[in-house]
Design a protein around this ligand. Sequence first.
Ligand code: TXA
Ligand code: MG
Length: 337
Amino acid sequence: MNDLGSIPDDAIPAITTAWLSEAADGIAAAASLLRAGQVVAFPTETVYGLGADATDPGAVARIFAAKQRPRFNPLIAHLADTASAFAEGVFDEAARSLAEAFWPGPLTLVVPAAPDCRVCDLARAGLPSVALRVPAPALTRALLARVGRPVAAPSANRSGRVSPTSADHVLADLEGRIAAVLDGGETPVGVESSVIACLGGPPRLLRPGGLTREALEARLGYALAGPESGDTAHPVGPGLLASHYAPRAQVRLEATSASSDEAVLLFGPETLPGADAARARLNLSPAGDLAEAAAHLFSALRQLDGVGARVIAVASIPERGLGEAINDRLRRAAAPR
Ligand code: TXA
Ligand code: MG
């Protein structure tokens, strides 16, 4: 182990990664592998997750090893339905209200773990809290119901890299390191779930994501607090590391022009001076639709990274609605490493 508690590359013997279709036999095979303690990537509405039986520390250890994820960063436990999620945590009024409004959907609630919570300590990184989520797609819920246990799953990418929105992205990062990938096509939301902590104080938005702040605050009837609580009794979750979602190229934000050796990421009808002569250019949504932009964000970063430019210049994107999550991911991608 290195000082981050992650596991070096060579600790994992190469295995054959099975591709499983979304037909019934694919779901059944994925569920059997998960019940047997193997690691299987599966689609959700946000991004592909790298799943393992959350009740089995040996299985969860395989997730950390495959991703090379630092062990202080806890995982989200995925459940087939709201009632199953309620059994794993202690929900205050705000948590219950958000769960009832937005599950199944792209929302993760961090709540105190129930006394008989089945999510193992390793998945929770030893914290007294647990992160719970009920994903929306019928395929995902059928898989989770068939497993019949909470399934721990971070995004199915190597730690610190761009999250996967297709089975191909998963294989590009993890082929030979995981038992299987269940292919459900492209994930429709494209950015990870919104993470909200309900730990006694006012609910705090730990990570902006696929549910907009506007929708969450409309349900609560008040503004969400930020991630920092200033409250030592309820420390903020780890894992909000600055550099994350990092392509190989450098990312330059708020670009107002582009040079010929850069790749360019545009948004909306306007282009940037110099963009036509750049190495490559993609537009997240020519119509300026933030949901469409979120859905395309990670695959666009992967594609532009693939052209080998040293820098990806990104036009500015409005901070409203899903723009908050898009800009959060872009700022992390641009953070120094
Ligand atoms: O959309 C998603 O959320 C995807 C799909 C697969 O569900 N999953 C995902 O997982 O993005 P991951 O591991 O990449 O992000 C989980 C986030 C991390 O920032 C982690 O630190 C935080 O949730 N988290 C998990 N448990 C926590 C806890 N007990 N307290 C605070 N933060 C927690
Ligand atoms: Mg992730």
